[in-house]
Design a binder for this molecule. Structure first.
Ligand code: SAM
Length: 171
């Protein structure tokens, strides 16, 4: 397969997955987190499909098309390992949809990312939140959702948070 064919297949699958998750998220209240602005393609797609949702976008740098950069309040710059843990006061609400597109293409970096990102995603998920990730995540208690038809197994990983978050009983 040519690199052009492979690119087209990858972005077509990404669009299928985003559209599938966007449909599911209509009934879940909460914000949207886009982890990895990149050139802003998927951010632009999500904001067009969910115009009434607040979307917070994370990246270590802005390299996006200038028309696809969120305003300063919604662009959270820095290492996601640091910013995602401490952005609670800024975003205030739990997320209904988290799209995690942090794959680097380097297997070691990706394994490391998988290990630290999973608990941070769990920290920010609203009950019933939808998670779409290019890397497999370790989210105990989350439902693993099937990929929409036509998307190759292992290309993306989809999860749904439990309807109720576990509360630690007060003494
Ligand atoms: C694959 S690109 C995202 C592509 C994007 N979804 C799009 O449609 O254009 C991954 C992005 O995540 C960012 N990134 C990866 N790991 C990161 C980390 N640990 N902290 C902050 N940004 C990170 C990179 O800078 C890059 O812009």
């Amino acid at each position: 397969m040519s690199r052009l064919d492979s690119f087209i297949r990858r972005v077509t699958a990404q669009r299928e997955i985003l559209n599938f998750m966007i449909e599911q998220v209509q009934s879940v209240p909460g914000t949207v987190l886009e982890l990895g602005l990149g050139n802003g393609r998927t951010f632009d797609h999500i904001r067009e499909a969910l115009p009434d949702r607040e979307i917070f976008v994370f990246d270590r740098a802005i390299r996006a098309n200038p028309r696809c950069v969120p305003d300063g309040e919604h662009m959270i710059l820095g290492e996601i390992r640091d910013t995602l843990e401490f952005c609670g006061p800024r975003i205030r609400e739990k997320a209904a949809f988290i799209h995690c597109d942090l794959g680097s293409g380097d297997p070691t970096t990706d394994l490391a990312t998988q290990s630290w990102i999973s608990p941070l995603i769990a920290l920010h998920s609203a009950p019933g939140a939808l998670i779409a990730s290019g890397l497999a995540l370790d989210l105990p208690g989350y439902e693993v959702l099937p990929l929409p038809g036509g998307v190759q197994e292992g290309r993306y990983f989809l999860y749904r948070a439990p309807a109720q978050t576990t509360r630690v009983a007060a003494e």
